[in-house]
Write a protein that binds this ligand. Structure first.
Ligand code: HC0
Ligand code: SF4
Length: 586
């Protein structure tokens, strides 16, 4: 162990600990800008400069390891002056337009300027040129607002292993973006929005569709229904000052009704439906492989995360047959709403608008895919992120925290606890196992409180296995079979998992992949900034929502059972295939 003194306070730290980490242990705050927890520091912004006794230069605390006997000053006059200069220089070339910026009052740079007590910008000069990339349906990038901190570069390469963004040029001329000034649509960007989730300023955000939704809500010819993704309810409250992980399901429902939606429904309803379809698909693949000895694509991968689908299409097109053919719950919802529900309401699909509230930017891309028009028109019309819904509620003058709680509408608003946990990494797997095990054995999954603990939590790749004992007659070929599953989140983890499978080191039957760290609760459209502590609070809230329900398995959802009885007939029926399944092109 090393002894180091920070601001006169003696601290014991392990070998390799950075000054920033050691200071944090001692509750000493050093401001940062480019730094992101758990990722290799770049030292790009120099905001975390500190003074080390005896050293010639100030050093970046995020990338300088402590040494035995080191004496560090984090807020000496020299440090405070240097830090101000750094931030003034950033501000001098930043085309902020703060009052009308997407990040007004939610901007790390504004907060930093306030923290450092900046009262003037001593340097004035040329501003960075604005170049707007609106080439994808999901994201908007404005280089004029970019402060070149490289957080987006770090996340895109280290967490997602995509590397769509990188710094080009030198000094003032440095530009962050895809090569040759291409748009994100022209490179292998998966539209996950993790870059937007970590951008400290307004340089990368979702494409905003709030105005489109206002317009359609004011159109008397349209029946406008809304679906809310599982992860929204544990994060929307943060837009109104709540602690991360505050469940606001009932208030969110009331707010959506006040905004004027004609039906307030739940993506969770089609998450339950997904389990029926995807669970049956998995069992059929196992049957073909183990009983009929046919060649089938195993392992089967979940297919509900659109950024993961993009990733698979770009990098692992040979694995596309391994993806479940199920559309995502968002898209199943659109197809069911504009057929089954529209018919119940006596309206045509073109008289209905489906709006989704999603924690995700890639869902904006997904809803526009050519595969997603099975109701005869585009199945989902607009996707708003959690942040955009927060904006709409504020624009409408709704006092969110004062709202009474209310219930979602039937039938497409009814769902199980299994659907809730889709929101977090491991949740789709657990939900699928709760149903598939019971179908095969007639008994409840033999785990504590229905939780498959090995697939929960924030470990990047998680594994579990379950031995099937005494299955019912139809599934007797599974007797004694050890079903192996894996779960990954963050696409770099998916990449390493796939490489282990391809090399033959690992083999599984079923794999859940979510693109964003933590799953959808950490999506690119969630309130910023999503740290691991925030992820865990949201995950705990989602599990609490699940545990608080009487109905905790997808196959128990009576509204889903009714949908089959009245319309779809059974999982994997012809109608199900037409509306709920698809094929990705690669
Ligand atoms: Fe998700 Fe989904 S769980 S991808 O993270 O499966 O976005 O919340 O809506 O579609 O249900 C996101 C969240 C969804 C879908 C669901 C799945
Ligand atoms: Fe990279 Fe995802 Fe951003 Fe695309 S959306 S640039 S893949 S982080």
């Amino acid at each position: 162990m090393l002894k180091v003194t920070i601001n006169g306070k003696e601290i014991v730290a392990g070998e390799g600990t950075t000054i920033l980490e050691a200071a944090k242990q001692a509750a000493i705050h050093i401001p940062t800008l480019c730094f992101l927890e758990k990722l290799a520091p770049t030292g790009a912004c120099r905001v975390c400069l500190v003074e080390i006794e005896g050293a010639r230069n100030l050093m970046a605390a995020c990338s300088t390891p402590v040494a035995d006997g080191m004496r560090v000053m984090t807020h000496s006059p020299k440090v405070r002056d240097a830090r101000r200069k750094v931030v003034e220089l950033i501000l001098s070339e930043h085309e902020g337009n703060c009052q009308i910026c997407d990040r007004n009052e939610d901007c790390d740079l504004q907060q930093l300027a306030a923290e450092l007590g900046l009262k003037a910008i001593r340097y004035q000069g040329e501003k960075a040129a604005s170049h707007i990339d609106d080439s994808t349906p999901a994201l908007l990038r404005d280089n004029g607002k970019c402060i070149k901190c490289r957080r987006c570069v770090t996340v895109c390469s280290q967490v997602q292993s995509v590397g769509a963004l990188y710094p080009q040029g030198r000094g003032f001329e440095t530009v962050i973006g895809p090569a040759f000034a291409l748009g994100l649509n022209d490179v292998a960007c998966v539209q996950c929005g993790q870059c937007a989730a970590v951008c400290p300023v307004g340089a990368i955000s979702e494409r905003n569709h709030v105005e489109d939704v206002w317009k359609v809500l004011e159109d008397p010819q349209q029946t406008v229904v809304v679906q809310t993704a599982p992860a929204i309810r544990a994060a929307l409250g943060e837009c109104f000052g709540c602690e991360p992980g505050t469940l606001v399901t009932g208030k969110m429902t009331s707010a959506l009704r006040q905004l004027g939606f004609d039906g307030v429904f739940d993506t969770n309803f089609t998450a339950d439906l997904t389990i029926m379809e995807e669970g049956t698909e998995l069992l059929m693949r196992l049957k073909k492989a183990l009983q009929d000895k046919e060649t089938v694509s195993l392992p089967m991968f979940t297919s509900c995360c659109p950024a993961w689908i993009n990733f698979a299409e770009y990098y692992y097109s040979d694995m596309l047959p391994n993806l479940s053919s199920c559309k995502s719950p968002q898209q199943m919802f659109g197809a069911v709403a504009k057929t089954y529900y529209a018919r119940k309401q006596g309206i045509r699909p073109e008289q209905m608008t489906v709006v989704s509230i999603m924690p995700c930017t890639a869902k904006k891309f997904e809803c526009q895919r050519q595969e997603m028009i099975d109701s005869s028109v585009q199945d989902v019309d607009y996707v708003l992120t959690t942040r955009e819904l927060g904006q709409m509620v504020k624009e409408a003058g709704i006092d969110f925290m004062a709202l009474q709680e209310s219930e979602m509408d039937a039938p497409l608003g009814l769902s199980s606890g299994a659907a809730d946990i889709f929101a977090n990494t491991g949740g789709v797997m657990e939900a699928a196992l709760r149903t598939a095990y019971e179908i095969v054995t007639g008994r409840e999954l033999p785990v504590k409180n229905l939780h498959v603990t090995p697939v929960t939590g924030l470990e990047g790749v998680k594994e579990a296995s379950i031995v099937i004992e005494h299955p019912v007659a139809d599934w007797s070929f599974l007797d004694g079979v050890e079903v192996k599953v894996a779960v990954s989140h963050g696409l770099a983890n998916a990449r390493s998992l796939i490489e282990h499978i391809e090399s033959g080191e690992k083999s599984y039957h079923f794999i859940e992949v979510m693109a964003c760290p933590g799953g959808c609760i950490g999506g690119g459209g969630q309130p910023r900034l999503t740290t691991d502590a925030v992820r865990m609070k949201r995950i705990n809230a989602i599990y609490a929502e699940d545990e608080g329900k009487l109905m905790r398995k997808s196959h128990e959802n009576e509204a889903v059972q009714q949908l089959y009885a009245e319309f779809l007939e059974q999982p994997l029926s012809e109608k199900s295939h037409h509306l709920l399944h698809t094929k990705y092109r690669g």
